[in-house]
Design a protein around this ligand. Structure first.
Ligand SMILES: Cc1cc2nc3c(=O)[nH]c(=O)nc-3n(C[C@H](O)[C@H](O)[C@H](O)COP(=O)(O)O)c2cc1C
Length: 175
């Protein structure tokens, strides 16, 4: 069975990341879930549910130097939902979370890396966003926007529960 790292930031759909895990598992992936530290706070009381679902520890912090890796090697990495903040940090090469550390290196180690954002149009209007998207694409990251992914919604009008996990997983399969 191939291993998918599903990496989720503190953006609305992460409240429903268990749905993303289930959909990936239904497609045959062994799913390892990685949360940003902010996203981990959202799931803190229920992390055990995610660990039971995936059968793996849920990672959100870098390991200590003397600790071993606890997850199997990734065959593909999907960052979904990708927050505006993590997008801009990633574009700038900042890997101060395990989530960003995995993808900033992974894409240059030949691992397919796919990212689907979730943020509103006002957040998306920051000039840094377009620059970051271009920087990610130039590195080979498959950034999913438009009809194939997620297009920013008007402020206060998002529906996080309707996040199109299926589009992200189709792109992973295609990669
Ligand atoms: C309740 C709540 C919902 C949020 N939803 C989003 C969101 O949908 N998209 C987004 O880009 N940021 C959202 N944010 C802001 C991010 O959580 C914030 O920028 C955070 O620093 C992102 O960190 P991370 O990318 O490391 O998870 C939200 C914040 C809160 C408190």
């Amino acid at each position: 069975m191939s291993t998918l790292y599903l990496i989720a930031c503190a953006a609305g759909p992460t409240q429903y990341v268990d749905e993303g895990v289930r959909q990936a598992q239904a497609r045959g992936w062994d799913v390892c879930l990685i949360l940003t530290p902010s996203a981990a706070r959202w799931w803190e009381p229920r992390t055990g549910e995610l660990e039971a679902l995936t059968g793996h520890p849920v990672r959100s912090q870098y390991k200590l130097p003397w600790e071993s890796d606890v997850l199997p090697k990734a065959d593909a990495m999907l960052v979904a939902p990708l927050s505006a903040t993590s997008l801009n940090k990633w574009g700038a090469g900042i890997a101060d979370t395990l989530a960003l550390g995995l993808v900033t290196e992974g894409v240059h180690m030949g691992v397919p890396v796919i990212a689907m954002p979730y943020f509103n149009r006002s957040q998306g209007a920051q000039p840094a966003i377009a620059r970051s998207i271009a920087d990610l694409r130039a590195q080979g990251v498959r950034y999913l926007d438009g009809a194939d992914g997620y297009e920013p919604h008007p402020p206060k009008n998002g529906d996080a529960s309707a996040f199109p996990w299926v589009r992200a997983l189709d792109a992973v399969r295609a990669a």
